[in-house]
Design a protein around this ligand. Sequence first.
Ligand SMILES: [Cu+2]
Length: 485
Amino acid sequence: MSKRSQGTSRPGKVKAALVLMTMVSGILSGAVSAHPDSSGTSMSGMEASEAGTQISVNGHTLAAQAHMNDDLTDLRVPLRDVIEALGLPLKWDAKHKAVLIGQEQVPSAMLDSVEMRHHAQMGHIGLYIHGQRAKVDADPMMMKNSVYVLAEDFAQAMDLKYTYDAGIHQVKFMTQAAADQFTTEQKQVEDVLNGVGMAPHITADGTKEFTLTAGLHDWSPLKGVLTTAWTFNGQAPGPTIRVTEGDRVRIVFNNNLPEPSTVHLHGLLLPNAMDGVPGLTQPAVQSGKSFTYEFTASHAGTFMYHSHYDDMKQIGSGMYGAFIIDPKQPANAADNGGTLTDSTKTDHDYTMLLSGFHINTTMEGEEDYYTINGRSYPDTPPIEVKQGETSRIRLINIDTMEIHTMHLHGMDFYVVARNGSPLTNPERMNNVMLGPGETVDLMFRADNPGNWSFHCHILDHTMNGESDMSGGEMGGLVTIVKVKP
Ligand SMILES: [Cu+2]
């Protein structure tokens, strides 16, 4: 079966690989990802089937499990469950003993061909994808009244990326759409991190006008994980709005969601009618309707905008963004080694919105992918600075329920502002706690070269997926501060 030789670890190769991995695991500690079990325990067919092998499609865990045969050579997945997770129709053609995937018709001449009739008489099941006979034979088999296919061959036939991790008993399928979405959003994520605001339309009277359009959009918090986010302008977080103290600002809000919504400008000092609270300061903006917010940027600081309707769903699924007001007065140059303050001009200015997504239902009902700017580690872009440089990080906790305690390794930082107001006595810390809705501006001088972890210290916020399925790998609310000498 040479056609199966490419791709990641084949079940049949797992046993041999285990012996080798056991020998080298002491040396190559940490190099466990996507490799067979390196713990040194051999895995018998019995153990494998008892533990069950989890299937995930674009990060969504299926209720059904994969099935490994006793020889550990063939790993099969239930076809209907995987196809449903991909959102494709599936038909069982009992007469021709064939599975038809997709909307497209299969010509009856093809189904009734001598070859296929013989195929069916021999007890085989035919597999047709989008009207074509599958190029790769995924060897569909009837087991427990379900059709199971060879996982890796099926992935190839469907043009899916496939990984099998024997260590944590998990098969993962990823669509090209998920991979493409991840690539598309990279610049959006980096712009939010780097504090790059969206370009305003400047009207004749100097008003800075921004358009925020709410709508459902794909989002990929981690490569291979795809979710339907509730977004402003198709991204979660929405684009940063950045203006200067005293600016006249207009926000045209269009609601393309399937339900009402509003925009609340969190922390800004506004006329009551501009506060965005449905039923209190304005009627909710119905699906397909618009509302215009207009106000003066009251005072400098780190703020946010977010939905104020069906909050747990809308904010919990991505409807938030940073709102930064820069001071009119230019900031002071950093002094030589002393305390950093809110009025210090820093070499870098970063923004990190802390939240998460519910991709799968967890036991605790918590988010299972905690995010910085919509991304989970290791796909959070690192920040890179030169030794001696100064940075401001604007932390915004827009999580619906969770406190986050952000901790920097290797260096102390000064908390220079809280909730958009400068602190008269900046506090020197290495760990700062933010409740939901709080913002903190911290500053640090990069005086210690190396790659330093910056992460939430609530430790189940630092793994992806459910804790028992993370395989011990770091994820979630973690990023890296790289200080180059
Ligand atoms: Cu946390």
